[in-house]
Design a protein around this ligand. Sequence first.
Ligand code: SF4
Ligand code: SF4
Length: 396
Amino acid sequence: MLTRKNAKNGDELSILGFGCMRFPTKGNSIDEVRSIAMIRDSIEKGVNYFDTAYFYHGGKSEALLGDALAGGYRERVKVATKLPPFMVNKLDGAKKILTTQLTKLQTNYIDYYLLHMLSDKPTFDRMVAIGVMEWLEQLKKEGTIRNIGFSFHGNKTDFEQLIVAYPWDFCQIQYNYLDENNQATKSGLQLAYSLGIPVVVMEPLRGGKLVNNLPEQVVNEFMSYDPKRTPAEWALRWIWNHPEVSVILSGMGDEKQIAENVRIADDARANSFTEEELKVFDRVKAIMLEKTKVPCTACGYCMPCPSGVDIPGCFAAYNDKYLLGDKRNRFKYMQTIGVMSKQPGYASLCTECGKCERHCPQSIQIRSELKTVKKEMEGPLFKPVVFVARKILKIK
Ligand code: SF4
Ligand code: SF4
């Protein structure tokens, strides 16, 4: 198992991290015996970074990880878990969540603690205002938390604001060959790296869609290369080829996947791709682009929209619906355009002023395409549901 050094604190982190959100299940529950065996086996194979969250597996993931790490494994690994800002309105609420997490994890310290889905600056400002950041700093001094970070699903502009808003110890972003220009984007990854902030990557295979839902032409392109590699191996190697990436999290759901990922992580070095290998991705991306509904490259020249529409985010979620057959596309749409953030960017905010179209190098009829996005991704219940959810979560 290769490791990469955390430039901030010297931790040698395994380049493959275990994402604890897709354990095998039995009926409606986690298959505990099998999951614990998988976690311990992965540690023996060199995995030393485990990422869970308050919500994963309906709140059961942290407890399962705590059980798996009992009996001497805890000291061999780094544990990452997350505080959900959307559930925290007062500092006391955050304190209660952390106490529960430490109990479930059977530990008295957390190595990497993240604000979960912190995807816009106003939410960060709210955390500062209610004292969460100051409290986290105190916990860091006491050793209860070793590193403070955030996980991110917003857009490039939000990421650029957040990454410089605080002296983060690390961050976690969605990144894969399809998301090079989506969410934090490649330039966001490079910005974090230039600031010396280690980056953990999630969704390397887009929840399996870069394996199971790929167009046939793409699969053929990958499989025609010698030596033969599966689409999953290509996707992982593409990410590890980036020196800016510290750890890839893989939500490993079975023993075969662990064995396969560990094998790849044994020799996936940064900057190791040849010209020929990089050309495979040029061809794959060209095929993907051809099959997208809106040929948006997420260049961002149309932004900012005076009405707050996240134009590339809207098109990215809409394209995924057709390209990858994403059944959770409405949820992804809501997540991408920050529906729970202070300034959501949904398509229906468009007032058709036309300003954006003057700047689009792809000559996309943005106004008309946004109407289609609104029709297909929002639907009649969208606004009432969002209104109620924001009211419940007290988002203004
Ligand atoms: S046409 Fe719509 S999306 Fe474009 S800038 Fe105007 S309001 Fe924003
Ligand atoms: S300018 Fe055009 S291609 Fe670029 S992000 Fe906007 S819509 Fe997409």
